[in-house]
Design a protein around this ligand. Structure first.
Ligand code: UGA
Length: 432
């Protein structure tokens, strides 16, 4: 099928490349000329496992094209995905300006029947909103359908998720559009759930807010564990054996970050506010998360009467492993707090150092190797569960440190073993 994807962010690029991989003819559009030039040469703006190889292969096999012209892309395609950014305003409202602008441009260029797919995470009612904008900009009477098809990919495993996802959700009022979308997705052999547009739009917010709540829930259980001598890892295992609860997303830690959970939870609170509905549970989900991020600081405060001049090493800057994304990462708040308290900060991350330098305008000493960052430290804060951290030689770490405080914000080490090796070890939700 001929498809265009407008917006070459993380969602647009993964969608475009994966749909090319299953044999479609894809044109990706972005108004950023430099980005488009780079993409034509196989250079990605993000790090995502398997994406680069797939991108280069599909460009080579002439299934994946790039342009800055929305008009060309609209003409080229039967299906047009809108995958532009929908960031949060300061007050949590969703900024729809990019979607609105693209909808207007699609309207102006529409020359025959097309399906416009809202892939970006957008408030309930956006299918209607996009349809109205397109209608207003049409130069002549043309038939079109707008549908909702929210994205459920995770950063770090986006390509895998596309091919092995749990479900594809389609929100549509048009039989014709629904059939074409089913044909498009059939090769992925996944459950396709078709519903009305409003429900599809809400499924996205509800899913992310539910998962975020699961995390805040286990983090509160972790806090109770610390006060009772229970171990949150054991509690989570025991809970997860109940299939209704499930074992996934019960890893206690320093809270959730990223471009999605914080934004979508705030977005759903706003959706509620606009309807005069106070969504209490997810307000607390967010509040618990804010406090949880500060756990390492609370532990340090108990150990050091004054953090001024204390040498702290931060291991892991990204909001999760296998990505270079540091948006809303707990590390940012933690490092800002350390800086305020006068600590000396050293940091290491396998791939996100350049991103961190752009965002954190603080005197941080960055290293390209974990052991170098640890040498001479009074305390190590492990903030992201990168696989290479699990493989670190802890005896070597011990020998390199000054004072041996190890705060494991993702519970990747065994407390007993770490303490036996001479560390002042602190995890989350274990007997501290
Ligand atoms: C999330 C959802 O999982 C995807 O389904 C959704 O498509 C995506 O948002 C989106 O809306 O685009 P993502 O943000 O990439 O995906 O990453 P997750 O793996 O969900 O992790 C989010 C955060 O939760 C991370 O900071 C992670 O450390 C934290 N987390 C996750 C925990 O603290 N504990 C857990 O048990 C799981």
């Amino acid at each position: 099928m001929k498809i265009s994807v407008i917006g070459t962010g993380y969602v647009g690029l993964v969608t475009g490349t994966c749909l090319a991989e299953i044999g479609n003819d894809i044109t990706c559009v972005d108004k950023d000329h430099k980005k488009i030039e780079n993409l034509k040469n196989g250079i990605l703006p993000i790090y995502e496992a398997h994406l680069e190889d797939m991108l280069i292969r599909n460009i080579g096999e002439n299934r994946l094209h790039f342009t800055t012209s929305v008009e060309d892309a609209v003409r080229h395609a039967t299906i047009i995905f809108i995958a532009v950014g929908t960031p949060s305003h300061e007050n949590g409202d969703i900024d729809m300006s990019q979607v609105d602008e693209v909808a207007g441009e699609i309207g102006k260029s529409l020359d025959a029947y097309k399906i416009i797919v809202n892939k970006s995470t957008v408030p309930v009612g956006s299918v209607k909103r996009v349809a109205e904008i397109i209608q207003r900009h049409l130069k002549r009477e043309v038939e079109f359908d707008v549908i909702s098809n929210p994205e459920f990919l995770r950063e770090g495993s986006a390509v895998l998720d596309t091919f092995q996802g749990d479900r594809i959700v389609i929100g549509s009022t048009s039989k014709k559009a629904t059939k074409i979308l089913h044909d498009l997705y059939r090769p992925l052999k996944q459950k396709i759930f078709t519903t009305d547009p409003e429900s599809a739009e809400l499924i996205k917010y509800a899913s992310n807010a539910f998962l975020a709540t699961k995390i805040s829930f286990i983090n509160e259980i972790a806090n109770i564990c610390e006060k009772t001598g229970a171990n949150v890892n054991e509690v989570a295992k025991g809970m997860g054996l109940d299939k209704r609860i499930g074992e996934k997303f019960l890893n206690a830690g320093i809270g959730f970050g990223g471009a999605c959970f914080p934004k979508d939870v705030k977005g759903l609170i706003k959706i509620g506010e606009k309807l005069n509905y106070d969504f209490r549970i997810i307000r607390e989900t967010l509040q618990v998360n804010e406090e949880q991020k500060m756990k390492p600081i609370m532990i340090l405060d108990n150990l050091f009467p004054d953090l001024r001049g204390v040498q702290i090493t931060v291991l892991g800057l990204t909001f999760k492993p296998d990505t270079d994304d540091i948006r809303e990462a707990p590390s940012l708040d933690i490092i800002n707090e350390l800086h305020k308290r006068g600590a000396k900060i050293k940091a290491y991350d396998p791939i996100a150092i350049e991103n961190a330098k752009r965002v954190l305008k603080l005197p941080i000493h960055y290293f390209h190797e974990a052991y170098d960052a640890i040498a001479g430290s009074d305390a190590v804060l492990l903030l992201t569960e990168w696989k290479e951290f699990k493989e670190l030689n802890v005896r070597k770490i011990r020998s390199l440190m000054n004072r041996r405080v190890f705060i494991d914000g993702r519970n990747i080490f065994e407390a007993k073993a770490m303490r036996a090796k001479g560390f002042e070890y602190y995890g989350i939700g274990i007997d501290n």
